[in-house]
Design a protein around this ligand. Structure first.
Ligand code: ADE
Length: 258
């Protein structure tokens, strides 16, 4: 997976992502992260990339020209690497006006070979260039940040950990919160008793079926309490199965109640 970030602050994104698990994943070659400075593409003598908005209103807008030329250079670079006809690389504009990001969207994006993130600043970006290059409008939540760099980093982190080889323990991506539509069950480590709180007996029993059952119950309860809307969705998708009628054996008497 190759991430390409169009930004006015490449060092912010690179410094933030090149640490810990994501940094190691890049060193191992599971992912690559490349940040390009939109300012490098401006044709303005003073390196300006923003201007006032037509119609008035507070704040400055990022202009179409540097954003478009930056994207064009990136797109051509990606095409050259692929060395053949390729589907258009998805361009994600991180914006509070987008669809709110979730684990399903992370899984969908993890299936791509390249992803371009466009980070806006000031009051946003000229609509005309967005119409031409953006394929996905994504927000990380219903609040407004000063720029798109942090949201892009959040999404790149969430997508990267779904790329094969990034996490050392495959298990952890499968059982964690949101991967099955539920929040994860509570977990415990040593010691067995801490602050007079004991680890639930079932977890010490070694009985795997009972442990799985307990964990699912805990996940369901926790999701119902903390995220009722997720619980409702899960129950719609997994309606409780009616208890199976046990087949009557030949030798069993036919007992009727009257
Ligand atoms: N840019 C500013 N705020 C944002 C948000 N909440 N999500 C994505 N991009 C943003």
């Amino acid at each position: 997976m190759h991430f390409h970030i169009m930004t006015l602050f490449p060092e912010m994104v690179l410094e933030g992502l090149r640490t810990s698990i994501i940094g190691r994943a890049e060193e191992k070659g599971c992912i690559s992260i490349d940040a390009v400075n939109i300012r490098d593409y401006t044709l303005d003598r003073h390196k300006k990339v923003d201007d006032y908005t037509y119609g008035g209103g507070a704040g400055m807008l990022m202009q179409a020209q540097p954003v478009y030329d930056c994207w064009k250079a990136l797109d051509e670079k990606i095409a050259a690497r692929k060395d053949m006809e390729h589907d258009r690389t998805r361009v994600i504009y991180v914006t509070p006006q987008g669809k709110v990001f979730n684990q399903k969207m992370a899984a969908d994006l993890a299936g791509e070979e390249d992803l371009i993130f466009l980070c806006g600043h000031y009051e946003g970006i000229d609509e005309r260039v967005l119409e031409e290059i953006v394929t996905d409008y994504i927000s990380i939540g219903d609040y407004v940040l000063t720029g798109g760099e942090l949201p892009a980093m959040v999404m790149i982190d969430a997508v990267s950990r779904l790329v094969p080889g990034v996490l050392s323990n495959d298990e952890s991506a499968q059982t964690e919160s949101h991967s099955n539509g539920l929040l994860e069950y509570p977990q415990y480590s040593r010691p067995e008793v801490w602050h007079e709180k004991k680890v639930p007996d079932v977890l010490l029993s070694g009985h795997h079926a009972n442990i799985e059952k307990w964990r699912l119950e805990q996940s369901l309860n926790r999701t119902r309490e903390r995220r009722p809307e997720l619980y409702d969705e899960y129950m719609r998708e997994h309606p409780p199965q009616p208890a199976k009628k046990r087949k009557k054996r030949h030798h069993e008497p036919n007992i009727t109640s009257d």
